[in-house]
Design a protein around this ligand. Structure first.
Ligand code: CP
Ligand code: NVA
Length: 315
């Protein structure tokens, strides 16, 4: 799993953290997608031998938790659930102590939490790779699976357009950053007041400079027109449950419906990171229609994360 095996840029990822989509280079992103596709097609197999990934999840998860667990099993390793409810983390043991202790037992940590700063603190104190399994700011593992799914549909990513309709949230942020690295134009369409972070937008535009465009629009039809990937996510993310009703009102007219799909490129695919709320951010018809790739996308979490773990934990 190094230069000799056809993924030379991945050799440099060994031992690294993956806290943001922008933590890796364009070459590394492309090679991770290629390795993920090769693993999925069984053109290659990788065994790391007895490695252990710790999962610290302060928020609910189905896909991320299970796909990391299965990915480690396929690499010949295992995972340990270190949820705050069952560890001393939930009783206030400092991150600085937890990270240093866990570094003596496990080979990497995948962490799902609220603040990006907490993730960064784990990475600071840990001597092993720390992976962002979702924070309020980013969901970089999701973006790898998203672009793997777009690549499966269109083969070549540069020049394609990914249109995201909805809240300018963690998923939108990683979609912009990863898209910029891959040369994909990314349009974020949202109601006024729900734009992505200005800092992430600026970072994505600087990564995109000269080869693709990152735009924020306030009109759903203009967002999806001619696009190749149509993407949405929940209006109220984990931690925003109290805002659910206000957000439902603010996002009226922003449902990814069959009418919006009809405005896109004829070959466009419909994506959603899941879990989905049919009748809110996505219509049942768009979710279950012939353009939908949401379950391929969910499957691709497994292949993308297997590739990522193989690169970070390579011998
Ligand atoms: N898409 C995603 O991260 O799903 P989970 O919350 O189920 O992990
Ligand atoms: N934006 C959503 C993504 C869930 C996978 C959330 O943070 O809840």
């Amino acid at each position: 799993m190094a230069a000799s095996s056809g993924y030379p840029a991945l050799a440099e990822l060994q031992g690294s953290d993956f806290l943001s989509s922008a933590d890796i280079t364009a070459d590394q992103t492309r090679q991770l997608l290629r390795l993920a596709a090769d693993l999925k097609a069984e053109r290659t197999t990788i065994h790391l031998g007895g490695r252990c990934l710790g999962l610290i999840f302060s928020k609910a998860s189905t896909r991320t938790r299970v796909s990391f667990t299965v990915a480690m099993a396929r690499l010949g390793g295992q995972t340990i659930d270190l949820n705050p409810q069952v560890s001393q983390v939930g009783r206030g043991e400092p991150v600085a102590d937890t990270a240093r202790v866990l570094s003596r037992y496990v080979d990497a940590l995948a962490i799902r939490t609220f603040a990006q700063e907490e993730l960064a603190e784990y990475a600071h104190w840990a001597s092993i790779p720390v992976i962002n399994a979702l924070t309020d700011l980013e969901h970089p593992c999701q973006a790898l699976a998203d672009y793997l799914t777009l690549q499966e549909a269109f083969n070549d990513l540069p020049g394609l357009t990914m249109a995201y309709v909805g809240d300018g949230n963690n998923v939108a942020h990683s979609l912009m950053l990863c898209g910029a690295l891959l040369g994909v134009n990314v349009r974020i369409g949202c109601p006024k007041g729900f734009e992505p972070s200005a800092a992430v937008l600026e970072q994505a535009r600087s990564l995109a400079a000269g080869h693709c465009q990152i735009e924020v629009l306030h009109d759903p039809v203009a967002t999806v027109r001619g696009a190749h990937g149509l993407y949405t996510d929940v209006w109220a993310s984990m931690g925003q449950e109290q805002e659910q009703q206000a957000r439902e009102e603010a996002f009226a007219g922003w449902c990814l419906s069959e009418d919006l799909v009809a405005e896109a490129d004829g070959r466009a695919i419909v994506l959603h990171c899941l879990p989905a709320h049919r009748g809110e951010e996505i219509s049942a018809g768009a979710m279950e229609g012939s353009s939908s790739r949401v379950f391929d996308q969910a499957e691709n979490r497994l292949h993308a994360q297997q590739a990522l773990l193989a690169a970070l934990l390579a011998n």
